[in-house]
Write a protein that binds this ligand. Structure first.
Ligand SMILES: Nc1ncnc2c1ncn2[C@@H]1O[C@H](COP(=O)(O)OP(=O)(O)OP(=O)(O)O)[C@@H](O)[C@H]1O
Ligand SMILES: [Mg+2]
Length: 281
């Protein structure tokens, strides 16, 4: 059964700098590449990272007169839940996906969109400092000692969401913790985070997906608003960028989103997969 309205993907983590905006932009553009109609709302009117990235992209598209997929975007500057809902209705109309990027702090509007998420994405740097926001680990054994305030909050949100009937007979919220800025040279730390996350995921009920690894290119592309998928517009790229592109595809695949049907989507999907299967991460 197809449900009315766009599929809402909310990027949230109360901790700052965990990669919400970077991951949100890359997911938005990757989905647009697959033929989906994507809209994105930035809930951080001060920082506006997502909004600025997509604005830069729009300018590059105009300046270079190039045809690359783009997401529609807006920034929320209002001061009420009603205004936020109205913006969501407006911007999300006639789109397949509505993406919300939220600020790295406790925020009423971020909480509100989290309750409406079909997919809630929490990016996390591979560090126990970030992990602390979800659960606390024992200093000696690295076993999870207790859930943090944030995990409890999402747990409550999900419960509330399961009981609510505001948006029809609801899809369940899929909570995905995405590991960002992973570095393979940190094998021991990675393993420890891995087992702590796995333990926590069972207790709290989220899935774990691999996100983007640590790469300068993710920072470098911001001024142009381009992404690694914009082949032919990036200049010379080494093999590591092919691996990075594959990483973006794996990230989107890990979110397990239902893509819209249709020929345009199928065509774009081919472009999206055009590097071939030989590139391994
Ligand atoms: N995979 C990555 N590789 C390299 N740099 C990254 C990566 N992901 C994010 N960064 C950089 O880390 C910083 C924080 O990322 P970002 O702005 O996406 O986090 P955020 O969670 O949205 O932050 P805030 O909570 O302040 O909104 C930025 O400088 C960004 O360019
Ligand atoms: Mg941000």
């Amino acid at each position: 059964m197809s449900l009315p309205g766009p599929h809402r993907i909310v990027f949230a983590n109360e901790k700052g700098g965990t990669g919400k905006s970077t991951t949100a932009v890359h997911v938005a553009i990757a989905l647009a590449y697959q033929g989906a109609r994507v809209a994105a709302i930035d809930l951080d009117p001060r920082q506006r990272t997502l909004h600025r990235y997509l604005e830069n992209r729009a300018e590059t598209i105009g300046r270079r007169a190039i045809a690359v997929p783009q997401a529609d975007f807006a920034v929320f500057t209002g001061d009420s839940i009603a205004a936020l809902d109205a913006l969501g209705e407006d911007v999300g109309a006639d789109h397949d996906f509505l993406i919300y990027d939220t600020p790295g702090r406790d925020d009423d509007f971020a909480r509100h969109v989290a309750t409406q998420a079909d997919t809630l994405v929490t990016p996390l740097n591979d560090s126990f400092v970030d992990f602390d926001l979800i659960g606390q680990v024992d200093a000696e054994t690295f076993k999870v000692r207790r859930l943090s305030f944030y995990a409890e909050l999402i747990w409550e949100t999900r419960k509330k969401r399961a009981m609510t009937t505001i948006r029809d007979a609801r899809r369940e919220m899929d909570w995905v913790v995405v590991r960002n800025r992973t570095q393979h040279i940190e094998a021991r730390n990675m393993r420890r985070i891995d087992s702590a996350l796995t333990e926590l995921s069972r207790r709290v009920g989220f899935r774990i997906a691999n996100g983007l690894s640590e790469r300068v290119i993710y920072r470098e592309l911001f001024p142009s608003g381009l992404t690694l998928l914009d082949k032919g517009h990036l200049g010379e790229l080494g093999t590591s960028h092919l691996v990075a592109r594959q990483e973006m595809r794996a990230l989107v695949a890990g979110l397990k989103l239902q893509m819209p049907a249709g020929a345009a989507a199928a065509q774009r999907e081919m472009a999206f997969a055009a590097d071939g299967a030989s590139v391994q991460a």
